[in-house]
Design a protein around this ligand. Structure first.
Ligand code: SAM
Ligand code: SF4
Length: 331
């Protein structure tokens, strides 16, 4: 029986039960809105938390009521032996749900192992169904490879599979209909994301710009007669709809046009052991030393401190920008 402590909650009364775990700040792609080609400084290998250290941190978080986690990065699948971490989290922690966000480039290779290790569900980022455009936005991505990865994950029994599509005005907003129609015959959950002014996202411009998805949502609801839907698994802010009778669903993540900070339930653990209570501010608690020393009391205190300093919400809609790269925060 694990010993429980007072559940983690912030100064605004929000319960924090969801941990985003970034396992690396490195990536095999360089999406224009996320990572520059040059100039990024990556964490030193010695700073990166080992799998045992991540598990230890999750076990402390479990005692504070954190029972869901998502593995992210950078690209989580570039971290060596990632399925082993999923297995360890599955067997050695009290997490009720373990999911992962990936760019899908290595998914075909790892899908079976991930499923066998206990991965519950997966988000695959896919910004275009057009080969050239996909390559353009990701700089090194191959659409075919990602599509094969998605198919393999479905065959391996990973459910649901959610596609994350960042919609940019004048870049891929002409694909909204095609993506919506994809859910007619396929059991996919297609989620549209708004661009956030974080890191490279602030400097985008040359490859499309922010699109208000609340407006796009209204148009799609009218055009397809979308009805509200509920997903079986998920902890985030997305709101879901469905074409009546369709196999899949459509989700909208609208941090700017339909802000959801009031219901935020998460903190982030970076690959070098920092706890970030909010994506929008560079405020964080450095816990790398405590985690590496196995100081469970200090880890708990650090998590509580992060909860205490969690801001009420972002101010991106008023022009606030966030400098830190999304790839190191674990988006
Ligand atoms: N590499 C993995 C992937 O691409 O799915 C996981 C990490 S990536 C940082 C997680 C998600 O953040 C992706 O879906 C990506 O589209 C999103 N993202 C990155 N930069 C963003 C930005 N400036 N605004 C909104 N979403 C962003
Ligand atoms: Fe890599 Fe994901 Fe960032 Fe693209 S969005 S550069 S795949 S971390």
């Amino acid at each position: 029986m694990i010993k429980t402590s007072t559940p983690l909650s912030d100064s605004f009364g929000r319960r924090l039960n969801y941990l985003r775990i970034s396992v690396t700040d490195r990536c095999n792609l360089r999406c224009h809105y996320c990572m520059p080609v040059e100039g990024l400084r990556f964490h030193q290998k010695s700073e990166i938390l080992t799998f045992e250290e991540i598990v230890r941190t999750v076990q402390v978080a479990n005692r504070l009521g954190v029972d869901r986690a998502r593995i992210t990065g950078g690209e989580p699948l570039v971290r060596q032996d990632l399925p082993l971490l999923i297995r360890m989290l599955h067997q050695e922690t009290q997490l009720k749900e373990i999911s992962m966000t990936t760019n899908g480039m290595l998914l075909e290779r790892f899908a079976d192992e991930l499923a066998a290790a206990g991965l519950d569900w997966i988000n695959v980022s896919l910004d275009s169904l057009r080969e050239k455009r996909f390559h353009q936005i990701t700089r090194f991505g191959q659409l075919d490879t990602v599509l094969r990865g998605i198919e393999r994950a479905a065959q391996a029994g990973i459910r649901p599979i959610k596609l994350n599509t960042l919609i940019l005005k004048d870049f891929n907003d002409d694909e909204l209909d095609e993506l919506v129609r994809l859910t007619l015959e396929q059991e996919l959950i297609v989620r549209f994301l708004e661009l956030m002014p974080i890191g490279e996202g602030v400097r985008l411009g040359h490859l499309g710009s922010y699109l208000d998805l609340t407006q796009a949502r209204q148009q799609l609801i009218g055009r397809y007669g979308l009805v509200p839907a509920k997903v079986s698994r998920g902890n985030g802010p997305a709101k879901y709809w469905q074409i009546p009778g369709a196999k899949g669903m459509i989700g909208f993540i609208t941090p700017i046009s339909d802000k959801y900070c009031d219901s935020c339930n998460r903190v982030r653990l970076t690959s070098n052991g920092e706890i970030w209570p909010c994506l929008a501010y560079d405020t964080h608690v450095k816990l790398g030393t405590a985690i590496k020393a196995g100081d469970l009391g200090a880890i708990e205190a650090g998590l509580r401190q992060a909860a205490r300093i969690k801001p009420a919400g972002h101010h991106w809609e008023k022009g606030q920008v966030t400098q830190t790269a999304m790839s190191s925060l674990g988006g």
